[in-house]
Structure formats: structure tokens, C-alpha cells
Design a protein around this ligand. Structure first.
Ligand SMILES: [Zn+2]
Length: 328
């Protein structure tokens, strides 16, 4: 499955990939009419049930779950885009984006393939390049224009950290993104800021299958059970900006403490625990608009897989930095 994330040809810039055949794209068929063809069944919908171009208003689909290849998001209000990014142990999870235009028409994208991926190095993908020798990055469609306000869930936290320790770990990780911390000699490129608020009873709007639920307007970092194979998940909601990147409105992060062990301090005896700050830095990358890079780019924080006991992703690679520079 990791092959889906291959680096591709040099300088590739892929336009948004539409997953489902749009009812409007065929040309010959009559478009979906209001009230017709919208007898949606119960339970989760697929992109086939609600094809691109359908009106979520006519179909009463706002608040319904739409899934694709294991990823899923709850259909947001018109004028909103939602993206799920899962950090997996084997690279098998892809990002998935659902956008509802202001007029209610829905469209889909796969966050990984739909984002721009630039691979300036011409070397084959057989081996990972050192972090500072790899220029590959992928960017999503949103950015933080101002300050990312975030809260910490008051339930269990990864590594059984205290709230104070978890706050420090997450603040450090977020700080790595907004401070562009790297060992490659690049200065800070990100103008966005972040502000921690308080512990909250609210939870990340992510369910136990790593699907994005309805957003509550509060960006929460917490822990819970997610689908096996998923180490952590970020759900991001944004709104379009004329002539610019989408404006981030909320981004929630959940660590999968149901299936995995985490530590804030991997030691020589670490066997299968994931480094909290490495995972958190990767997730913060999604929060601020970075996408995944795949096979051959293992040295980048935004590589699609997570490695147990490694702290390497705490610091950005060259591609991570170039991606941030592209956005900010
Ligand atoms: Zn990820």
C-alpha cells in the first residue's frame, strides 16, 4: 500500500483528485434533481451514495458520515471543508477530504494524492534520503492565518502523562512547526502562532474508527481508542478564502492509546512505544497544512508511517521546511 505514496516524477504538481465520478462531469446524463435520487439509506454513506456534485442540502446529508477506503468524515455545513489524516504503522491509511461548497454541492479529494507533491531530487525511491538531503513535501489546502487556539482533553493522555507534561510535549511539537525547528540550517518561515488554553471536558471530534465527527468549534488534543493500525489522527476543518489558501477553523488530534503504547522519553530499552513528541510534531504538521510524503522519504517528519522508539520526527527535515515555506 505504501506504493500509493510514491514520490512520482520530478516536479509533479497534481491537481485535486476527484474520487467519484461527478454526476455533472458526464455531460450526457441528466443532473441530479432536487429531491430525486437522494433517498439516502441509514448508516454510513460512501462516495457512491453521495456522488460529487450532489447537493447535501437537497439530500439532507449534513451530519451524515461518508466513508472511502476506510477513511471517513461527517459531512460539514456548506462553505466548509473537512480533512482526515491518519498516521499509520504501515502507510496504509490515506487522507480523505470532503468539501461542501456554499451552495451545498459536495466534492471529494484524497488529501495525499490531491495535494501538491514536489520531489526535486532525482534519486530513486529505493532508500530513504537523509532528512536534510530530501526536498520532498506535500501540502494540503488550508493554513492558519492567525493563532491556533487549542485545548487539552481532561481524559487519559498518551504515555499516561500528567496534563502538565502532555501540555509541554504538545506545545513543544506545535512549536517545532510554527518555529520551523530543523537541523538543516533554515530559519523560521511560519508566521502563524499557537496558544494553549485550558483542560476541557470536550473531546477531539474523532470517533473510534478514526472518522471525523461533527466539529464543535474547539480544537482539542486528547487520546482514546482508534482503529488498529492508526497511531494518531488529525481532523481539520477550514473555510475557503478568495485567492488564498483555506482558513483553518478547527483541528483536533487524537492519539490511539487503545492499541499503542506511547512514551515521552524513549530509552535504549524501548521496544514498541511511539515517541509522543515525534507523533505530535507530525500531527501538528497536518494542523498547519502539511500533507504526507511516502516511500523513500522516511527522514521527513511528514512521512506517512510512524516508527516506534524513534525521536527523529521531533525535528523537521528539509522537505518539511520547504512545505511550510510554500504555505506560509
Ligand atoms: Zn499524517
Amino acid at each position: 500500500m505504501a506504493g500509493h505514496h510514491g514520490p512520482g516524477p520530478t516536479g509533479r504538481a497534481v491537481a485535486a483528485v476527484v474520487l467519484a465520478v461527478s454526476v455533472a462531469a458526464g455531460g450526457g446524463d441528466a443532473p441530479t434533481r432536487a429531491g430525486d435520487g437522494c433517498a439516502l439509506g441509514r448508516g454510513a454513506l460512501t462516495v457512491d451514495d453521495l456522488p460529487a456534485g450532489s447537493s447535501v442540502l437537497d439530500c439532507a446529508a449534513v451530519g451524515r458520515l461518508v466513508t472511502h477506503e476506510g477513511a471517513g468524515v461527517t459531512v460539514p455545513e456548506p462553505g466548509t471543508k473537512v480533512t482526515v489524516d491518519a498516521l499509520s504503522v504501515d502507510g496504509s491509511r490515506h487522507g480523505f477530504t470532503v468539501e461542501v461548497a456554499a451552495d451545498g454541492r459536495i466534492s471529494y479529494g484524497r488529501a495525499d494524492a490531491g495535494s501538491e507533491e514536489h520531489t526535486h531530487a532525482a534519486a530513486p525511491a529505493a532508500a530513504a534520503r537523509p532528512a536534510c538531503a530530501d526536498s520532498a513535501y506535500a501540502v494540503g489546502e488550508h493554513k492558519e492565518y492567525g493563532t491556533y487556539d487549542w485545548w487539552l482533553g481532561d481524559g487519559p493522555l498518551p504515555g499516561d502523562l500528567s496534563p502538565a507534561a502532555a501540555r509541554r510535549a504538545f506545545e513543544s511539537a506545535i512549536g517545532t512547526i510554527i518555529g520551523t525547528r530543523n537541523d538543516c540550517g533554515y530559519g523560521d518561515a511560519v508566521g502563524a502562532r499557537a496558544k494553549y488554553h485550558t483542560l476541557t471536558h470536550r473531546e477531539a471530534n474523532v470517533d473510534s474508527r478514526a472518522h471525523c465527527t461533527r466539529r464543535d468549534g474547539v480544537s482539542v488534543w486528547d487520546a482514546g481508542d482508534l482503529s488498529g493500525g492508526v497511531v494518531a489522527t488529525t481532523c481539520s476543518w477550514s473555510r475557503p478564502v478568495a485567492g488564498g489558501r483555506d482558513w483553518l477553523k478547527e483541528a483536533d488530534v487524537r492519539f490511539n492509546t487503545g492499541d499503542y503504547t506511547f512514551t515521552d522519553n524513549p530509552t535504549d530499552r524501548c521496544a514498541n512505544a511511539y515517541d509522543i513528541r515525534s507523533v505530535a510534531t507530525h500531527e501538528a504538521g497536518h494542523v498547519f497544512g502539511l500533507g504526507h510524503v511516502g516511500s523513500g522519504h522516511e527522514g521527513q517528519t511528514m512521512f506517512t508511517n510512524s516508527f516506534a522508539c524513534s525521536t527523529a520526527a521531533r525535528t523537521l527535515g528539509r522537505g518539511d521546511v520547504l512545505g511550510l515555506r510554500r504555505i506560509y
